[in-house]
Design a protein around this ligand. Structure first.
Ligand code: CO
Length: 495
């Protein structure tokens, strides 16, 4: 698709690596307060709570961790109502967080290379990983859950963010079972009389891998659960859904666990991209039945934007990398050379279920991550896609913009925060009573290097290039986060 027009909020300038690095300083403060520094005005109709999870500590007692993905989960919550905003942030009190803060040093190995001090002798055969609860946070069925894909979720008090404890989903999760960090909400589930349902999965990966899918009613009760085994090691971070399928992409990777078992490397560093193998796309019928499997050229996918079904075709929009951005040994993530990494491009796969053919086109070649859309369009044909994006049109770079794609016309809009602002995952919130798909707001947490502080920017989704209609300055910085969600419930102290 060729863009027919692009409008830009401000001219991009190249970022400075030291600006970007400061966004990864640990945040040791926790607080709860009404926000008083608000630029512009908060829309009166915007009401609810924005939750965000991400690594808050990038060191443990002064020992740097090897990768942000190993950082302890810290939740930020911004409740908005009647034009006011209340902020709080708090660490998830996982067993590992509590023990390490008491000890003042790392006690666990991390998936992405963080090792206990003492070299390989201290780490050999230690596969006891810390559940760091750092990847996503969602309110469903009366529970606020902090998610990390390799273990149980932690349940938190949505009013105070205090940790209640590990949650086995009313006995559904066996001890040690995984529950992924990428649920999708089907806004109108046909088999459930049109009520919304929460779809998530768990993977047990090995020489063959088992994918268990779960679907929950609005009150949190289980509707459907299925377990299927697929051949080979499966690194499955995300999932897409349609009204009748869950969709998984099995990246072409090899996993050699020996360096991990022998203590030399983290488990995430033992994954190797295999450019000779295809990417496999699995369609699992939500109502039960055999999986369908399709193949396409090798690429690496962390995140899907959306999927939908149209006749014989399943459409899947994903952020694709030409190869796996591997986790290198002996180099700090802070010194990453973005220019040497492949950009994450938005690709559209068209899977023809009759012929078995998969075609693909590039929707956006600008480096993108954290795609999102109108919550009611999840799993369905849609027009507007929003994503974090690089300020520069080519190559890999930190996310310094929000991009809006009109998939019907090819138009793009860019909200550009370069050179000193860094963007997180944008979240679209529909305006109450809206009748068009982009009538609502984009909420995006921004790290501002010039103030060494974070702020929540609220954009009119119809015209994001016009700039923020409100900017809510937080009292301090929030290290770059991962995923979050928005709920219409307002979790703030009474005014
Ligand atoms: Co993710």
């Amino acid at each position: 698709m060729t863009p027919s027009s692009t409008s830009t909020h401000s001219a991009p300038d190249r970022y400075r690596q030291d600006d970007w690095q400061r966004g990864y300083q640990s945040q040791r403060q926790e607080s709860a307060q009404w926000l008083t520094e608000i630029e512009g005005s908060i829309p009166a109709e915007l009401s609810g709570t924005f939750f965000r999870n991400g690594p808050g500590l990038l060191d443990i007692g002064g020992t740097p961790i090897a990768h942000p993905f190993d950082g302890d989960g810290m939740i930020s919550a911004i409740a908005i109502d009647h034009g006011r905003a209340h902020f709080q942030n708090r660490y998830v009190r996982t067993q590992g967080f509590v023990a390490e803060q008491k000890a003042g040093k790392p006690l666990y190995r991390g998936v992405f290379g963080t090792q206990k001090p003492g070299g390989w002798l201290a780490n050999i055969f230690d596969t006891n990983l810390k559940n760091i609860a750092n990847t996503n946070i969602i309110y469903w069925g009366g529970k606020l859950l902090a998610l990390w894909e390799a273990a149980h979720p932690h349940r938190l008090n949505p009013e105070t963010l205090e940790t209640i404890g590990l949650d086995d989903l009313d006995g559904l999760l066996a001890p040690g079972a995984a529950f992924a960090a990428h649920p999708r909400i089907d806004s109108a589930c046909a088999v459930d009389g049109g009520q919304p349902c929460f779809v998530n999965f768990g993977v047990q990966a090995g020489f063959s891998s088992t994918i268990t899918t779960y679907e929950f009613a609005p009150e949190g009760t289980l509707l459907r659960r299925q377990a299927r085994s697929i051949p080979g090691f499966a690194f499955l971070h995300d999932m897409a859904i349609t009204p009748s399928h869950t969709i998984f992409c099995q990246n072409p990777v090899k996993f050699n666990p020996l360096p991990f078992l022998f203590g030399f490397r983290g488990a995430g560093q033992c994954i190797e991209f295999d450019p000779s193998a295809p990417t496999k796309i699995y369609l699992l019928p939500r109502a039960g039945g055999e999986p369908e499997v399709y193949e396409t050229e090798p690429c690496f996918i962390f995140h899907h934007a959306n999927a939908g079904e149209l006749g014989d075709e399943v459409i899947l929009d994903s952020v694709c990398y030409a190869n796996f951005p591997s986790v290198e040994e002996n180099t700090s993530y802070l010194d990453v050379d973005f220019d040497a990494l492949p950009p994450g491009e938005l690709w559209r796969f068209r899977i023809n279920r009759r012929t078995g053919e998969v075609s693909r086109t590039v929707l956006e070649s600008r480096c993108c991550e954290f795609p999102s859309l109108h919550p009611d369009r999840v799993g369905r044909p849609y027009r507007y896609l929003y994503s974090g994006a690089a300020a520069q049109p080519q190559g890999n770079a930190p996310l310094q913009a929000v991009i809006k794609l009109d998939l019907d016309t090819g138009d793009r809009q860019l909200y550009n925060l370069a050179p000193r602002g860094f963007a997180g995952e944008p979240i679209f919130v529909p305006r109450p009573g809206a009748t068009t798909e982009d009538d609502g707001w984009i909420l995006v947490l921004v790290y501002e290097a010039d103030h060494h502080r974070s702020s929540l920017h609220i954009l009119d989704a119809r015209d994001i290039a016009a700039g923020a209609i409100a900017q809510l300055n937080l009292p301090y910085h929030i290290p770059y986060g991962l995923h979050g969600s928005f709920t219409r419930e307002v979790f703030a102290p009474a005014c």
